[in-house]
Design a protein around this ligand. Sequence first.
Ligand code: HEM
Length: 86
Amino acid sequence: MYALSAIIDNLNNNEVLVDLLEKNAVSHAKRRVPEKAYWDLKATVLELLQAGLGSKFTKEIREAWDKTLTVAMTVIVKALKENQSQ
Ligand code: HEM
């Protein structure tokens, strides 16, 4: 959970955030985690937020989370592909 809280603590610190996401990709590439697992995780997080927040999870909030998760997963997946053969 340290990695996840470090990611959340650095949401406003782009340089550190990208570094943490790339490190996550390197450690998971070694474990053969496929790209699809990250996109499945994104869909699961959105479902979890919907289930937990109900009507408070408005269209605007959903779109903001969708964009944020897409950016994070795109950074991870790019680094994952670059490290997949190692
Ligand atoms: C942004 C999303 C994710 C975060 C923050 C995260 C975080 C972590 C952390 C902190 C660890 C342990 C230490 C390390 O980095 O090596 C870990 C291990 C692991 N993660 Fe993830 N992870 C993520 C996504 C995923 C996905 C999508 C999968 C695939 C289903 C996955 C599968 C695993 C596996 C198999 C381990 C090793 C578990 C073990 O050795 O017991 N992770 N993850």
